[in-house]
Design a binder for this molecule. Structure first.
Ligand SMILES: [Zn+2]
Length: 249
């Protein structure tokens, strides 16, 4: 299948028009600008989301939208340089993007987030949009990750609660080694209080370094393997979703 993906930012409107007429689906990468410990850049989640979106599109189908590089990062609000939309602003931005696509005749959109706090506002935003517009929305946040990183050398802080540790650091060593300061990487497993996630106590108040796990054992080789496995798992979900809703691929 020729031209089964297109970069919305560099394409012309006529190219977008023709693409959506033929394929009618889009991929929105969702990142963040927030602290990632002493060794990773603030755009870690943005770099990973963007790379996942382009690789997934190459292996499946979709109009690749510009990456949203600010997300819902309330937990890091006291770290210099961390930016956050409020919960409602983030939801409003996602809704406006979805409404734009729906009006353009797009029938399905997948959001790929690489930032752990985006899925919560996204879940309820997608429910509200389901009652408002025709376009179907799929939200992915590292499907099957626990399985994919089961050969990791260090445990995650909590299941699916990881930050600037072995997984993220390995993927960054694979994608953008020039941005990783491995000489500054530290291991930290902050103590958990009994009321964690039952009160407003943020992750940001628990860690000294901003790390939740062990980045010191990260390697580019693991990063490449895990990144490719993540791409494969997202492609599988996307294809099944498109098959069910659009009967395509
Ligand atoms: Zn991250």
């Amino acid at each position: 299948m020729a031209n089964h993906w297109l970069d919305a930012a560099t394409a012309t409107w006529e190219e977008c028009h023709d693409f959506l007429k033929q394929h009618s689906c889009a991929i929105l990468p969702l990142g963040a600008t927030e602290q990632h410990g002493p060794h990773l850049p603030q755009n870690t989640d943005t770099v990973i989301a963007e790379a996942l979106a382009s690789r997934v599109a190459e292996q499946s189908v979709g109009l690749v939208l510009p990456t949203l590089s600010i997300g819902y990062s309330w937990v890091w609000r006291d770290y210099a340089g961390s930016l956050t939309f409020s919960f409602d602003t983030f939801r409003a931005v996602i809704k406006d993007i979805a409404r734009s696509l729906d009006r353009n005749g797009c029938c399905a959109m997948m959001t790929i987030t690489a930032h752990g706090a985006n899925p919560q506002p996204l879940k309820y935003t997608a429910r509200e949009l389901a009652d408002e517009i025709e376009m179907k929305i799929l939200r992915v946040f590292y499907p099957n990750l626990s399985e994919i990183i089961s050969d990791a050398e260090s445990p995650t802080w909590l299941p699916m609660n990881f930050h600037a540790e072995e997984f993220e650091t390995s993927v960054m060593l694979y994608l953008r080694p020039d941005l990783v300061r491995m000489d500054r990487a530290v291991r930290e497993y902050p103590p958990r209080s009994i009321d964690y996630e039952m009160s407003a106590l943020p992750m940001g108040a628990l860690s000294k370094s901003g790390v939740f796990g062990d980045p010191t054992v990260a390697t580019a080789e693991k990063g490449e393997r895990w990144f490719n496995a993540c791409v494969e798992s997202i492609v599988n979900v996307w294809q099944e979703f498109l098959n069910r809703h659009l009967g395509m691929i």
